[in-house]
Ligand binder design. Sequence first.
Ligand SMILES: Nc1ncnc2c1ncn2[C@@H]1O[C@H](COP(=O)(O)OP(=O)(O)OP(=O)(O)O)[C@@H](O)[C@H]1O
Length: 368
Amino acid sequence: MFFSRKSSKPSAVIQCVVDYLSSYCVLEKDDVLPWCSEDNGSVIITFPFANQTQWPFIKAGMQDALAHKKLNAGLTLKTKIQAGQTAKPAVTNIRNIIAVASGKGGVGKSTTSVNLAFALMQEGARVGILDADIYGPSVPIMLGNISERPQTADNKHMQPLSAHGMVANSIGYIVPAEDAAIWRGPMASKALSQLINETLWPVLDYLIVDMPPGTGDVQLTMAQQVPLTAAVVVTTPQDLAIADAQKGIAMFNKVNIPVLGLVENMSFYQCAACGHKEYIFAKDGGNLLAERYGLPLLGALPLDVRIREHAGSGKPLLVSEPESPLAEAYRDMARAVSFELATTVPVAAAQGKNIKGDPIAFNPLDNN
Ligand SMILES: Nc1ncnc2c1ncn2[C@@H]1O[C@H](COP(=O)(O)OP(=O)(O)OP(=O)(O)O)[C@@H](O)[C@H]1O
């Protein structure tokens, strides 16, 4: 029941802001009430998810709602991402680890991972990316720093590399591709644990992990060994890819990692000249799968040559064309990912205990 847990009734301005947020986010009023506090006639709203590009619209909507009720209050919007609970102890400085997985190769998992990471950053989160795609690491190519190597001061820990304001590490920076390609399961999953645990990560709200494609033993062991908070499954609309995505969902269910939802990549082709949308592969595959599993469809990204060109050039779309509608589609997805995590994964009991501060002089959002 609305406000039932509070001993005193919230003020009229808080009630108005809560009403607005509850309908904007499609959540119960009791769910959004904890985000709101009042200080000297000003309302502070602290979102537990990353949505900073929406703040101007949200603020304007709230101001209208307040004015409609002849109320007046200053509005301050903030972001505070909480750590979601994990079965294994959290990694130092990382609040949430999100695996980006796909049932089969070539569906655009790495491209989605990298652009998702930048999109989350543009929405106000502190983000890093880890390329765990042992058999085909492509993050170094997409970040344009393939010839760089992580530095180490003590021969035990690596400093992550930094590209376009994002921290990253990848097996591709460390081991020649032909060596990693022949690793067997135990070696591959040990490499992932080492990459995560021996990198000096700055304080991060999200570490995006680009998983190796597939749902075999290697992927299963990896999913079990790392304290994943949640997973996102990428698919394309073809029947075959959908069937494989189904296996991906089943794999995470088996190891009790919550799947936040599906991303349908290469969903449609939009003609640059006339804007007509062509569903080249199939229509609504991702939607139907999402419905079957009761999962949200977090994003439907078009097949667009610019996505491939920018990924190949070392400057991902979100960095090279941040104002484009394509970048907006990725940010829509990023907000959906962040929102789902905050509203469906229980908050970790040991909140903040693993946050030790930045070991290196790096924090893209120090003033937040
Ligand atoms: N939405 C898109 N539009 C156009 N090209 C895309 C799109 N998504 C990915 N690509 C391109 O498709 C190819 C495969 O993408 P990517 O490497 O991200 O797939 P993957 O699933 O990670 O593959 P792998 O299984 O080999 O790791 C790349 O050339 C990439 O640039």
